[in-house]
Design a protein around this ligand. Structure first.
Ligand code: AMP
Length: 279
């Protein structure tokens, strides 16, 4: 039976008992509006841990756009039903005041990897992520934390954070789950119009083709320009970035010996879509 917990003190009681019994605890931080991408993380946690906590918290500190925060879907009942099918032990879903009580002033800020791409386009976003993730690790005392490769830069920020601060948790990066046309599943996808949804898969198709061309010897710049052209031609409103980066540092990389990642952000129907793939 999946238990819904809203208070940190209540969570602590459960976690202390599990720890005392020597059980391995996995945590899956989410903002809710769950889809198969989230469930794949919960299943991975379930396969490797005796206890699984899924956190559902729409973290106001990681939204740089108030409208995005207001419009963010909240579907607690449906989320709980889905997590029940996976056999999650606890859904931890605190209200903002529980996480950020009056007087809260601390920020966890990860340098380097959090600065380019999403960090540049969404000022303050990764500070919000790093702060809440650090707090959730503290609250859940989890041994393992599960994150999606869908948010590749976020995954690298969390890995850096855990290493830099010696947090006693192992981070697991799980593969991106996609719709049949390649569109990475996202809670924001259901804000697309039917017309937008019909072309949204082009984002994945275009970066996949660019990655293949680069592997075949085409220049990075040319391959990326063609991908951007494909998106505009398909009907995307704006391409924010398509970049080939070092997979770990997210810095520009022309060294094919190092793992590299192509990352993209583009607007369609007023919805900002992001995706990434290995190159
Ligand atoms: P969110 O609720 O968007 O904050 O996402 C919570 C977690 O689910 C993050 O670690 C995301 O990277 C992960 N996630 C979101 N979408 C997907 C997806 N399509 N495939 C795999 N993981 C995902």
């Amino acid at each position: 039976m999946t238990q819904i917990v809203r208070k940190i003190a209540e969570l602590r009681i459960l976690v202390r008992a599990w720890k005392a019994a020597g059980e391995v605890i996995g945590v899956v931080p989410t903002m809710g509006a769950l889809h198969d991408g989230h469930l794949s993380l919960a299943r991975a946690a379930k396969a490797e841990c005796q206890r699984v906590i899924v956190t559902i918290f729409v973290n106001p500190k990681q939204f740089n756009n108030p409208d995005d925060l207001k419009q963010y879907p909240r579907t607690e009942e449906a989320d709980a039903a889905l997590l029940q099918t996976v056999g999650v032990d606890v859904i931890f879903t605190p209200v903002p005041d529980e996480v950020y009580p009056a007087g809260f002033t601390s920020t966890v800020s990860v340098g380097g990897v959090s600065e380019p791409l999403e960090g540049r386009m969404r000022p303050g976003h990764f500070d919000g992520v790093a702060t809440v993730v650090t707090k959730l690790f503290g609250m859940t005392m989890a041994d393992r934390g599960y994150f999606g490769q869908k948010d590749w830069q976020q995954l690298q920020v969390v890995l850096r954070l855990v290493r830099d601060l010696n947090l006693p948790i192992t981070i697991v990066g799980c593969e991106t789950i996609r719709e049949t046309d390649g569109l990475a599943m996202s809670s924001r996808n259901n804000r697309l119009t039917p017309e937008g949804r019909a072309i949204a898969g082009v984002l994945y198709v275009a970066i996949t083709a660019a990655a293949e061309d680069i592997r075949a010897g085409q220049s990075d710049r040319m391959a990326i320009r063609e991908a951007a052209e494909k998106l505009r031609h398909a009907g995307f409103d704006r391409v924010e970035y398509i970049e080939l980066r070092d997979a770990e540092t997210l810095m520009p990389s022309d060294d094919p010996q190092r793992p590299r990642r192509m990352l993209a952000a583009a607007w369609l129907d007023g919805v900002r879509l992001i995706d990434n793939i290995p190159v």
